[in-house]
Design a protein around this ligand. Structure first.
Ligand SMILES: C[S@@+](CC[C@H](N)C(=O)[O-])C[C@H]1O[C@@H](n2cnc3c(N)ncnc32)[C@H](O)[C@@H]1O
Length: 239
């Protein structure tokens, strides 16, 4: 009928339209450690799914940890913004137990699939003590839920390439401070693999740590180029 062709059609796209879950089994090598896991090779969505890929910060952190694996021996570790889980899977070969966390449900699905792959007895590097939990930075209920099974807290908090959204940095440090305070001064530290993309974020990461009453120190000798960007490792502790 006349006029109908002029009407705009309403196209409803839910978030599943943007989700690419065509993960590929991929090998990564850090020193003598080879890790095989499912991940995407490029970000192709219009939705918050950064965690479907392995980021340069994880390459930096895993290189550093594989060279200093003795620091992980017997440790209890929690990671913030784990993505596909490459750091936790490497660390679980050395540490006592490792809690991988992320806030995105789609990312948690692939993270759990990668944990299953590595927990299988058929895997020659079978990992035990790896669990995935949902954790949105700043969410007290979620952190308390995790702490129900880890009432003594953790020896280490890790984060790789998790500083890219300015509004989330204060909440990230709220969660970090909460975790550091469970063990107390000198008994837990946050190791952050930071990749510089903007000057504003460079300052925010340092200033917000100080605002939270935390001490932030760049680990000597960790400054390097990763994926054409400048990266470094920070150690963050209670003052
Ligand atoms: C750039 S990816 C890095 C993933 C992984 N650490 C790596 O280096 O490959 C950032 C990760 O942080 C998670 N993330 C972002 N904002 C978050 C928040 N507010 N709370 C919890 N996780 C968050 C994302 O879902 C994603 O998995």
């Amino acid at each position: 009928m006349e006029g109908e062709e002029d009407e705009d059609e309403i196209v409803c796209l839910d978030q599943s339209f943007f989700i690419n879950d065509d993960y590929q089994l991929t090998n990564f090598t850090f020193g003598s450690q080879v890790i095989q896991l499912f991940c995407l090779h490029s970000a192709s969505t219009d939705y918050d799914l950064t965690g479907q890929l392995v980021w340069p910060g994880a390459m930096l952190l895993n290189d550093c940890l594989s060279k200093n694996a003795e620091m992980l021996q017997g440790c209890s570790v929690i990671e913030l913004g784990s993505g596909v889980g490459i750091t936790g899977i490497l660390c679980s070969r050395f540490c006592h137990d490792f809690v991988l966390t992320d806030h995105n449900d789609e990312v948690l699905k692939i993270l759990k699939k990668n944990i299953e792959l590595h927990a299988s007895p058929e895997n020659p590097n079978c990992c035990t003590g790896l669990v995935a939990e949902k954790l949105e930075w700043g969410n007290i209920d979620q952190i308390n839920q995790i702490l129900q099974n880890h009432s003594g807290g953790f020896d280490l908090v890790l984060g790789a390439d998790i500083c890219f959204q300015q509004s989330s940095i204060p909440l990230l440090y709220d969660t970090v401070k909460h975790l550091l305070q469970i063990r107390g001064k000198g008994r837990c530290k946050f190791i952050l693999a930071y990749v510089s993309r903007t000057k504003i974020m460079d300052s925010l990461v340092i200033n917000e740590a100080i605002q939270h009453g935390l001490k932030i120190t760049e680990v000597a000798g960790t400054r390097c180029v990763v994926g054409n960007l400048n990266g470094t490792i920070f150690e963050i502790t209670l003052q």
